[in-house]
Write a protein that binds this ligand. Structure first.
Ligand code: HSE
Length: 276
């Protein structure tokens, strides 16, 4: 059995820890029955017990009260690791989905989201990885929105990594009333812009005051690249997740000519995790 899990861009500027978008870039998992866990193609030398795919598979087994039955898993990963594109969420969703297809889909997508969020700590990557599209989550309330297909999402990958835990430390716990009003209004207007191809309002997605002002210092060359992206036609340029990758949003294809950036342009993924 083979399935794919999409990359995801969390926060989308304004929706810190609650909003995320699925993209047409994937990790592919092939699974088969095995006597003991066998993981091929996984990055690094992490033990089976620490592997996020296995952790998630086990958590799903425990949730249903099933005895763990190990797998051989072959991973082909196109999602860059630790770059703010949901590589950890893809492993978590992969593990839970593998459990589910192996056990006649006993889990609903809502249950998959609940288990994945418990592991990840926030739902903004795992929700779009499961459902596709643009997702906003508050506890067990989920809004899934179809994004207009005319939007192009540019992924700007640089060599430097940013550790999510370090990037979370620089985000404050308290904000002024003005900052909260700014984000609440802009997030609603930018969701409308993504859904209805409103090219004027999409620039509001850059008005974030919750995380970008504090995190951009951790990403070398952020301001320079943002200025460049806007000069070649991007309508918006934001940090993807906690970085270091950035995401441009444009209504046309961008001709990016920067030596220190690997640039990929993709559309929104609509289905979320799915068999292939
Ligand atoms: N919402 C998370 C953050 C996404 O920005 O820290 C990264 O996992």
């Amino acid at each position: 059995m083979k399935f794919k899990v999409p990359a995801t861009s969390a926060n989308l500027g304004l929706g810190f820890d609650c909003m995320g978008l699925a993209l047409e870039l994937y990790d592919y998992f092939e699974i088969e029955k095995a006597e003991r866990w066998e993981l091929l193609g996984f990055y690094g030398s992490i033990s089976i017990d620490e592997n996020l795919f296995v952790t998630a598979y086990r958590k799903a087994s425990e949730y249903k009260g099933y005895k763990e039955d190990p797998l051989k898993v072959i991973l082909e990963d196109d999602i860059p690791i630790s770059r703010g594109l949901g590589s950890s969420a893809a492993l978590i969703v992969g593990g839970i989905y593998a459990f589910n297809i192996k056990h006649d889909n006993v889990l609903s997508r809502g249950e998959m989201l609940q288990i994945a969020t418990e592991i990840e700590g926030h739902p903004d990557n795992v929700a779009p990885a499961i459902y596709g599209g643009l997702c906003v989550v508050k506890d067990d309330h989920l809004l899934r929105i179809d994004v207009d297909e005319r939007w192009n999402f540019g992924i700007w990958i640089i060599d430097e990594k940013v550790s999510t835990s370090e990037a979370r430390k620089v985000v404050p716990f308290e904000y002024s009333r003005d900052d909260v009003i700014n984000n609440v209004s802009c997030v609603v207007l930018s969701i409308d812009a993504l859904k209805n191809f409103n090219t004027d309002n999409i620039s509001l997605i850059m008005e974030d005051r919750i995380h970008e002002p504090f995190r951009k210092k951790l990403i070398p060359g952020f301001e320079k690249r943002k200025e460049y992206a806007l000069s070649i036609g991007a309508k918006a340029f934001i940090i993807s997740g906690s970085g270091s990758t950035c995401l441009s949003i444009s209504d046309k294809s961008l001709d990016v000519q920067l030596k220190d950036v690997v640039y990929k342009e993709v559309k929104v993924n609509k289905e979320g995790v799915i068999n292939v």
